[in-house]
Write a protein that binds this ligand. Structure first.
Ligand SMILES: [Zn+2]
Length: 401
């Protein structure tokens, strides 16, 4: 082979190699998942950064812009979460991408690590989240889309649940339909929209979605215009969720028929009462009221009306609060039936809705309104109502000892 032929061959070989490398590189760009995933990862990391800084620097508007409105109640829930987080004074709040899982259409699934310090305690949780991904000329953009839920609907109940609870979801849905029908018919209440229930995989995940300061004893949660939140307990069977659903639906109805003016004790009392069809004071209530007395924490009516119950840190005392509120709510029903409750709520609806997010003020205003509505509807002075309530509490405690 002469020099010229040799040179041409070397050039051709180099060219072929160059083309191959280039193709491989291009091919890698087009189908190489790690590369695509890392771009998506970047988009998710960006949105987590923004959210983290919004919490650190109290920027509510930008925080809400990081959320899609694809889930009907999620925006409101996140707004409430943000307000509670700011108020509780989180320190060193951080969000990071723990693991990118997959892209499904426009939805990216990932595990997120959330860490912060609250009341001197470091808290850390990893939870599955969904992001809505959009692509434009500048690359990928992610928006927070909520929890990694599956959806199931029957009649007027929409249940969001995670993969690991697939087995139990259908039964919980059936119990939820039966309980909502029972509670709604007792109040002669027509639902004006579907009831949304989120079933979180565990208590930690539920708490992280509600607010950083959620008391440890809270087993379910709902606020106005939000979904009902429950979580999976290892020992709970599907029927055990019937009580939680009934309890939370009472809250939803009361929010509506009282115009948001029903006091917390009336809320919790009626919600606890409706957990069982019989409206009875149970052996558990007797026991818990006795323990509360032993702990020197019996609730007189004044305390019941004005205590900031979320700040109760003893689980037994929290149970005592619920049982006491139940006694007071039952007293109203014993005096005037469910119609008295409905009339009280109608009176409450005439008051202006309290324009405050301060929980202490809210409790004060709603308790004052509720006291007025009770005296108005039952034709009894608040002193007499409080005295009768105390007599019943004493009698229940005596029955158990
Ligand atoms: Zn409740």
């Amino acid at each position: 082979m002469n020099y010229i032929k040799k040179s041409i061959l070397i050039l051709l070989l180099c060219g072929a190699l160059l083309v191959c490398t280039c193709c491989a590189f291009r091919l890698g760009l087009k189908v190489g998942l790690p590369r695509a995933a890392s771009t998506l990862e970047k988009a998710i990391e960006n949105i987590l950064d923004v959210r983290q800084n919004c919490v650190r620097y109290n920027d509510r508007d930008t925080f809400l812009e990081t959320i899609t409105n694809l889930h009907p109640t999620y925006m409101q829930e996140q707004a409430n979460w943000f307000d509670a987080a700011i108020k509780s004074g989180l320190r060193e709040y951080s969000l990071s991408l723990e693991k990118f899982k997959r892209l499904d259409g426009n939805y990216a699934y990932a595990d997120i690590r959330e860490a912060y310090i609250l009341e001197g305690r470091t808290r850390e949780i990893v939870y599955p989240a969904v992001f809505y991904i959009e692509k434009n000329n500048d690359g990928y953009f992610a928006k927070d889309c909520g929890y990694d839920f599956l959806r199931m609907q029957k009649d007027h109940i929409i249940l969001y649940y995670t993969q690991e609870n697939q087995e139990i979801a259908q039964s919980i849905l059936n119990y939820a339909i039966a309980e909502s029908n029972r509670v709604c018919s007792a109040f002669e209440y027509q639902l004006n929209s579907d009831i949304i229930i989120n079933l979180y995989p565990n208590k930690q995940a539920m708490a992280a979605s509600i607010k950083p300061t959620l008391p440890d004893w809270a087993g379910g949660w709902v606020e106005e215009n939000e979904s009902i939140k429950m979580c999976r307990y290892p020992l709970y069977k599907a029927e055990d969720y019937a009580r939680t659903v009934a309890h939370e639906i009472v809250h939803l109805i009361l929010f509506d028929i009282s115009g948001g003016n029903a006091s917390l004790w009336l809320h919790e009392g009626l919600a606890s009462l409706f957990e069982f069809a019989s409206f009875d004071i149970t052996d558990y209530d007797r026991m818990i009221l006795n323990i509360t007395q032993d702990l020197d924490s019996t609730f007189d009516f004044e305390t019941l009306q004005y205590i900031e119950y979320e700040k109760i840190d003893n689980t037994f005392v929290a149970g005592g609060y619920y049982a006491s509120a139940k006694v007071a709510a039952k007293l109203i029903i014993d005096m005037g039936g469910i119609n008295a409750v409905k009339d009280i709520c109608s009176v409450l609806k005439m008051f202006e809705k309290p324009n405050t997010s301060n929980i202490k003020d809210l409790i004060g205003i709603t308790s004052w309104c509720t006291a007025n509505a009770i005296t108005n509807v039952l034709g009894i002075s608040l002193e007499d109502f409080a005295a009768e309530y105390s007599r019943i509490i004493e009698r229940i405690i005596a029955e158990d000892s």
